[in-house]
Write a protein that binds this ligand. Structure first.
Ligand SMILES: [Zn+2]
Length: 252
């Protein structure tokens, strides 16, 4: 608890330097994990492909104590904005910030995850909100949002095709299929993993916690229409494992 509070404290002071108008407090409720809650105005001044946008947003940001292994929640307090923007939930205005695995890998590869989050990830999302408010279109395309965007992200990350190979590669990163550097690559190329997707699988395994990657996995299955078939296969395999386990116990 003490270390978590201390880490949240350092995130809080870093956040005050980057977004001076956000008032933040560390919230402790009973035995729950403490979290950092920030409320107030965040200024946007960014340019993309010659379009400069300047705006201010009223936001509520929740940074969990598990950050940067989990992603902060960002809610738009202005309901007139969250009602029109397609990647905000209607109830509380929470923004869909992008592909979980992508964000976590960006946070894992920086020395200051809170600044990367505020200066890059949040800024890109606020730019999208403002761009959408003005032009009713997404500036970077719809990529990186919703299940189709999640699929596209992993196809690009693994540089493979949208089908069984991307599913198998994510499954190996999740430990759902056996993986070894010197075994055949799960993508089906016939090459050793070491000479194929081994590095990418290991990076995903190292930088994205399993339960987070699972969220993306379900979305990838969804966008390929494979959810039912694959999850049934997972369940059948678990059942078989149970059966074999019981049989071997009986033999003893
Ligand atoms: Zn491969």
């Amino acid at each position: 608890m003490v270390t978590e509070g201390a880490t949240l404290n350092s995130f809080a002071s870093e956040m005050r330097l980057i977004c001076p108008n956000l008032i933040n407090t560390i919230v402790f409720i009973g035995n729950e994990e403490p979290y950092l809650k920030a409320e107030g105005a965040v200024a946007l001044d960014a340019e993309y492909e010659g379009v400069r946008l300047v705006a201010r947003f009223d936001l509520e940001i929740i940074v969990p104590s598990s950050f940067p292994c989990d992603i902060p929640r960002v809610c738009l307090c202005d309901s007139s904005l969250s009602e029109v923007y397609p990647h905000a939930s209607e109830g509380d205005g929470e923004l869909c910030l992008g592909v979980t695995g992508d964000i976590l890998m960006r946070l894992a590869s920086t020395t200051s995850p809170i600044s990367t989050f505020l200066i890059e990830i949040l800024r890109d999302n606020l730019y999208s909100v403002e761009y959408y408010r003005r032009y009713h279109a997404m500036p970077f395309g719809d990529r990186s949002h919703c299940s189709q965007g999640v699929l596209e992200h992993y196809v690009e990350f693994f540089d493979t095709n949208a089908g069984p190979s991307v599913v198998n590669l994510i499954r190996s990163s999740l430990g759902l299929v056996s993986y070894g550097r010197n075994h055949k690559c799960p993508c089906g190329s016939g090459k050793k993993a070491l000479d194929c997707h081994g590095k990418a699988i290991e990076r995903l395994k190292r930088e994205v916690p399993r339960e987070m990657l699972r969220r993306d996995y379900v979305q990838v299955l969804d966008s390929l229409g494979m959810t039912q078939a694959i999850l049934a296969k997972d369940a059948a395999r678990a059942k078989l494992r149970d059966h074999n386990h019981r049989t071997s116990q009986r033999r003893q």
